[in-house]
Design a protein around this ligand. Structure first.
Ligand SMILES: Nc1ncnc2c1ncn2[C@@H]1O[C@H](COP(=O)(O)OP(=O)(O)OP(=O)(O)O)[C@@H](O)[C@H]1O
Length: 703
């Protein structure tokens, strides 16, 4: 609707349609517009404003041509009315039509091909649209009325100025033949050049966007885990998709239209100067003021646009979180609450975008008024010069044609639209670049490696103190010390929230401690190659294994991309997973669904164990690996784990104490430190915190 208003509010269109063109050029102009209007492809064509303007211009010129061919003199009042209402009606309806048609033909519609191929073509349901439009009915009607009135004015203004045109048009008639000849050649060359720059620009735009996507994705993947604690994935995905899309569209549009506008403007200014230095001087005085005011307004709009885009990303984040965790949302009957949260964020983004739209509208209105004043001022000043014989009527005519061209290219491909696109493109680009230049504090590669045959797998946590970066004041570990001897199984137990999983995260180097050192075989892990450590030394299995939506085979191979099929099957056998996998009709090629949704908890866990085992890690970290399973699944998974842990250094983070009684050493954590350590029997006989925990867990089990 806003676009519609903008289009119709564009009262520079009548200036363009003044028919100040030489009469013989009209047919060429009409033909060019008709072709422009019907040819798809250019990004400029996807603007709902451009085609609309083209329609009004096309119609206006057609009317002029007809009028000139029939009579050059007076017109009866009925005819005048026809010329006002007819084009207006056509223009409004054509704009409405164009809007729909061009939305459908959006070249940047990024629906993946396979989705389109698999799903039936979605039906456009008018009654649903009506539900959305109903509350806005008054605004819509108001807009249609305003658009209609503007269309009438658009036609009225050229009619009023028509007499003036008739007077001066005679001058150009003498040059008709020459003009036609050159017009044809110029049109042809212009067509070729247009195709050329659109092809090139499209290529540049697509490649820039693809590169930006790849680079941003790589940069996001490189970031620390702390970065993901502080940013919602929905917002990150939004930068990867919507922001780059927006940037690409703006880039293409602004370059194509902007280049053309600048070239045309400079060229026409030279022409203007040759025609009348006095009038051009006047324009040159006025123009910087307008440009200055425009720049000020532009920076204000840019700020608004940035806020609006951030808010849209925030709303996307809320939706992403709710849809990504839809089972939890449903399990807690939180649909209504999530909807409220989403609606709140969407309403905020709606308000911001409305403000942005209003800002653009005011800008458009002001610029239209200013430009029309310039035209009238030119005519007035030109008239004065003609009266004092300093200028001929022909020169005034030429000056008006040239200044009209300046306006068309400087302000016409609606400047508000260009400006909006530029503002949006800059904000989107800034949001993309922000993450492109972000450096992770924990580099993924670089540093030493320990040869496989000399790696023993001993780990020492020495005087570790740590707080999460998102909660700096809350200390989780304080002077924490622990040794994992080679090929031994060490279990950590303790109160929930006591920091057990944090110990595992530090060993994986998801975070670095604030003070203290973690050693692997006597070497500070900060000096070792992180990719090597995570990829080959440490196997990690946690409570909620996350699988990717590909086949079982690919999920297991995720642990070692170069693994052969035989290695995958061997790992699955070790993880007690081979039998259930081969029972599936598609065996190892079974697709596990998004995040492994088509598998049971125990099956997912065993695939995750196979994925960790395939890399044959020296150190295995099990973070409550069986606590989410029922008794039967736990038995099968535990069996797999017992087999998997043999000959490796194992750190078990345990909630259920029954699963760790066979560990070589059990450490009890409290207040971020180890307060007790020993075997199961030793700790029981001590009668300390461990036996307390056992007693409490037994009591809970009996309830
Ligand atoms: N990413 C994070 N950002 C900020 N705080 C965190 C983060 N992860 C955990 N914490 C906090 O750190 C503390 C220790 O968490 P941790 O997960 O290590 O405990 P835990 O002993 O493993 O608990 P549980 O047995 O319930 O799994 C908790 O207070 C938790 O709220």
């Amino acid at each position: 609707m806003f676009q519609l208003l903008c289009c119709r509010a564009n009262i520079t269109a009548p200036v363009r349609s003044l028919s100040l063109y030489p009469r013989t050029s009209k047919t060429a102009e009409i033909w060019r517009l008709a072709r422009w209007y019907t040819s798809p492809g250019s990004k400029a064509h996807s603007s709902s404003q451009q085609p609309g303007n083209a329609v009004s211009r096309f119609w206006s010129l057609t009317q002029r041509a007809v009028r000139h061919s029939t009579t050059q003199t007076s017109k009866p009042p009925g005819v005048a009315l026809k010329f006002i209402l007819g084009p207006a009606a056509l223009t409004v309806s054509a704009r409405l039509f164009c809007h729909v048609a061009y939305c459908e033909a959006d070249e940047n519609n990024n629906i993946p091909v396979e989705v389109v191929a698999k799903n039936p073509v979605p039906e456009f349901k008018w009654h649903i649209l009506w539900e959305f439009v109903k509350p806005q009915l008054f605004a819509l009607l108001g807009a249609v009325v305003l658009a209609f009135c503007t269309a009438i004015l658009n036609i009225k203004i050229p009619l009023m100025l028509g007499d003036l045109v008739n007077v001066v048009a005679g001058y150009l008639r003498e040059h008709t033949r020459n003009y036609l000849h050159w017009s044809l050649i110029t049109s042809f060359v212009q067509g070729l050049l247009t195709s050329g720059y659109i092809i090139l620009l499209s290529r540049v735009g697509e490649r820039v966007a693809a590169d930006m996507r790849k680079t941003l994705f790589a940069s996001l993947l490189r970031q620390d885990v702390a970065f993901y604690d502080a940013n919602k994935t929905g917002q990150l995905v939004n930068r990867l998709t919507a922001d780059i899309q927006e940037f690409k569209s703006s880039f293409k549009l602004v370059i194509s239209q902007g280049l053309r506008s600048i070239t045309q403007t400079v060229g026409c200014f030279v022409s203007l100067y040759l025609i009348s230095p006095q009038l051009t001087g006047l324009t040159v005085v006025v123009l910087p003021c307008l440009v200055g005011a425009g720049a000020l307004f532009g920076s204000f709009l840019r700020k608004l646009s940035r806020l609006a885009q951030e808010q849209v990303a925030k709303a996307t984040g809320v939706a992403d979180e709710a849809l990504g965790n839809v089972r939890t949302v449903k399990a807690f009957a939180m649909e209504e609450r999530e909807l409220q949260l989403y609606a709140y964020e969407v309403d905020k983004s709606c308000d911001l975008n409305e403000n942005l739209g209003a800002g653009i509208a005011v800008f458009q209105g002001l610029s239209n008024i200013t430009l029309n004043c310039i035209v009238l001022g030119t005519i007035f000043a030109g008239g004065t010069l003609i009266a004092s014989s300093e200028m001929s009527p022909g020169d005034l005519m030429s000056f008006l044609v040239a200044s009209q061209t300046v306006q068309r290219y400087k302000t016409q491909p609606p400047i508000s639209y260009l400006l909006l696109q530029m503002v949006r493109g800059i904000s989107s680009g800034a949001r993309v670049f922000e993450y492109l230049s972000l450096k992770p504090t924990i580099p993924l590669s670089g540093g030493g490696r320990i040869p496989y045959h000399s790696l023993t797998g001993r780990v020492d946590f020495m005087d570790i103190s740590f707080s999460y970066p998102t909660r700096p004041g809350h200390q989780i570990l304080s002077r924490f010390n622990l040794t994992l001897p080679p090929s031994k199984t060490i279990a950590i137990v303790g109160e929930s929230g006591g920091g057990k999983s944090t110990v595992a995260s530090l060993l994986e180097r998801f975070y670095d401690p604030a003070s203290g050192v973690i050693m692997l075989d006597g070497l500070d892990i900060r000096t070792l190659d992180l990719s090597w450590m995570r990829g080959q030394v440490i196997g990690f299995i946690n409570q909620e294994p996350v699988l990717f939506g590909s086949s079982v085979m690919e999920n297991i191979r995720f642990g070692k991309p170069e693994a052969t099929d035989a290695e995958v099957i061997n790992a699955a056998k070790q993880a007690n997973a081979h039998r259930f996998i081969t029972a599936f009709p598609d065996g190892y090629n079974t697709i596990v669904g998004e995040r492994g949704a088509t598998l049971s908890g125990g099956q997912k866990q065993r695939i995750a164990i196979a994925r960790a085992l395939i890399k044959n890690p020296s150190i295995l970290v099990l973070d409550e690996a069986t606590s989410a399973l029922d008794a039967e699944s736990e038995r099968v998974v535990q069996e797999a784990l017992d087999r998997a842990t043999r000959g490796r250094t194992v750190l078990i983070i345990a909630h259920r104490l029954s699963t760790i009684q066979g560990a070589d050493l059990i450490c009890v954590m409290s207040n971020g430190r180890i307060v007790e350590a020993g075997s199961h029997l030793e700790l029981l006989s001590k009668g300390g915190l461990y036996s307390d925990l056992i007693r409490r867990q037994r009591a809970e089990g009996q309830k």
